[in-house]
Design a protein around this ligand. Structure first.
Ligand code: ADP
Length: 487
């Protein structure tokens, strides 16, 4: 077993005061890979006090924005320099293919950090012209202590998605990684210190949901930023309501991947393979509803299944693997339970090639269900696995109804070569992302906002990162004439 990792409070690596630990299980081996502290409310309190002191009295708040930016650039460079280690930890903790950890996740985290580093000295307030009697200016100030609650599907990327904007605007942060995949967030905190970011600015507390709940309930935290399930998102919003804290929630999804008959079918199939199976379907924007025009159904499905059958499901350290294991036994059971629910009404089409010689691991092959009713449970609920419901449609009005027929509103993909149709559909679907002739495209400058049950507020893009600030309007009276209200 690899050694335990402690959490980071200020510049101290510490265990929990209760000496309780969380075992980190490698989903490919089902063995304990490492352990991290299970922080209790006392540990969380200590972290919040350290963070608050760093915000109120530390050098971070007095530093020029350009100096803050330089330290963040250094941090981005350190993430890049430590890519091998970070990618390995990510794969061991949550099972995504090492090729993806190294070539997608770490570079994306680096890009996000560079983007945020570049924002530091570009923060602007504004001036409101009201004539000669008033001078009004609006300042954009840091909110203070941010809690970043991280899920297990993109542990490093989403940690940076919270950390980068918080730092860019002069905040301090306490990261709470998911219990399944805590180690890259701890390393991120250590790299922040190595970059020269002052102690207390980046803290990492580890533990289960109770640790996250203690952090969200703490009155010393000014903003809660969460990515995860809609169920937990609701609890976090309730915790935020207690003291009227700011909140950003990125939650679940049930993406409609819509294929019109005039689409570039080869490109649509390749992208459908990707959006169905990338990260073993454990993304809130997985194209879990494949909404296909009746005219192309048979041809599309034939080619799709033959492509899916070429994908290796297996050891995430093997270079040929495209689908690693599902993150935990609990999630594995949950995904299989949904496959059973689907089987009650439809015949599953199981695809993929299971690597031979595996004697452990929570593997699920890509599984399609065909001619699924739009209101079937498997077409409505988030499965978080490589399980796709194929839904047929005939005309544009019908497809828009189907796309909007879920409580989620995170992303929609539209495949068509008809430009007018693409824009018409984009205008009518109610989701934070609409991808036209592409899928799962996220980069730092694009804001990422879930509609309806998929979220509150945005991550990334200028619109998203500015949610790590609060406005202050300063009204200076330049008029010396007597106040008409007072005799
Ligand atoms: P998933 O469904 O992706 O497993 P969850 O939404 O359950 O994710 O968890 C995402 C993150 O939220 C994890 O870091 C988890 O520990 C944390 N968490 C779970 N429950 C709570 C809670 N009540 N309050 C705060 N954080 C929580």
């Amino acid at each position: 077993m690899a050694s335990a990792m402690e959490m980071l409070v200020g510049d101290q690596k510490i265990a929990s005061q209760s000496d309780r630990w969380v075992e980190v299980i490698n989903p490919a081996t089902e063995q304990v890979q490492s352990r991290v502290p299970d922080a209790d409310a006392g540990d969380v309190d200590r972290a919040v006090c350290v963070a608050r002191q760093a915000f109120e009295d530390g050098p971070w708040s007095r530093m020029t924005p350009s100096d803050r930016g330089k330290l963040m650039y250094k941090l981005a460079e350190l993430i890049e320099a430590n890519a091998d280690e970070l990618a390995l930890l990510e794969t061991q903790d949550m099972g995504k293919p090492h090729f993806h950890s190294l070539n997608h996740d770490v570079p994306m985290a680096v890009d996000f950090m560079f983007y945020c580093a570049g924002l530091c000295d570009k923060v602007r307030g504004s001036q409101v012209p009201l004539g000669p009697d008033k001078h009004v200016y609006v300042l954009r100030e840091p909110v203070g202590v941010v809690a970043g609650i991280i899920p297990w599907n993109f542990p490093l990327v989403i940690a940076v998605q919270k950390l980068g904007p918080a730092l860019a605007y002069g905040n301090v942060i306490i990261l709470k990684p998911a219990e399944q995949s805590p180690r890259t967030a701890i390393r991120l905190g250590e790299l922040a210190l190595e970059a020269g970011i002052p102690p207390g600015v980046v803290n990492v507390v580890t533990g289960y949901g109770e640790t996250g709940a203690a952090l969200c309930a703490h009155a010393g935290v000014d903003k809660l930023s969460f990515t995860g399930s809609s169920e937990v998102g609701k609890l976090i919003m309730e915790a935020a309501a207690e003291n009227f804290r700011k909140v950003t929630l990125e939650l679940g999804g049930k993406t409609a991947n819509i294929i019109f008959s005039d689409a570039d079918i080869d490109a649509a199939i390749a992208s459908t393979v990707f959006t169905s199976c990338y990260n073993s379907g454990q993304i809130c924007t997985t194209g879990s509803r494949l909404v296909m025009h009746k005219r192309i159904h048979d041809q599309f499905l034939d080619t799709l299944t033959s492509k899916l059958n070429q994908l290796q499901v297996g050891d995430p350290m093997d270079a040929g693997t495209k689908l690693g294991p599902i993150v935990t036994k609990e999630q594995y059971d949950r995904v299989n339970a949904y496959i059973k629910i689907g089987q009650e009404q439809y015949s599953p089409i199981e695809c993929g090639q299971r690597q031979s010689g595996l004697d452990a691991g929570y593997y699920v092959n890509p599984t399609l269900f065909d001619h699924v009713a739009p209101d079937a449970r498997i077409a409505q609920e988030e499965i978080f696995g490589p399980v796709i419901s194929i839904i047929d449609f005939e005309d544009d009005d019908e497809v828009i109804r189907i796309a909007n027929q879920t409580s989620y509103g995170l992303a929609t993909a539209v495949w068509t070569n008809d430009l007018a149709r693409a824009h018409r559909v984009a205008a009518k679907v109610d989701s934070g992302f609409v991808w036209v002739n592409c899928n799962n495209f996220w980069v730092a400058p694009i804001p990422y906002e879930g509609h309806r049950v998929s979220g509150v507020g945005a991550d990334m893009g200028i619109e998203g990162v500015e949610s790590y600030t609060k406005l202050k309007s300063v009204v200076v009276n330049l008029d010396n004439s007597p106040n008409p209200w007072v005799e």
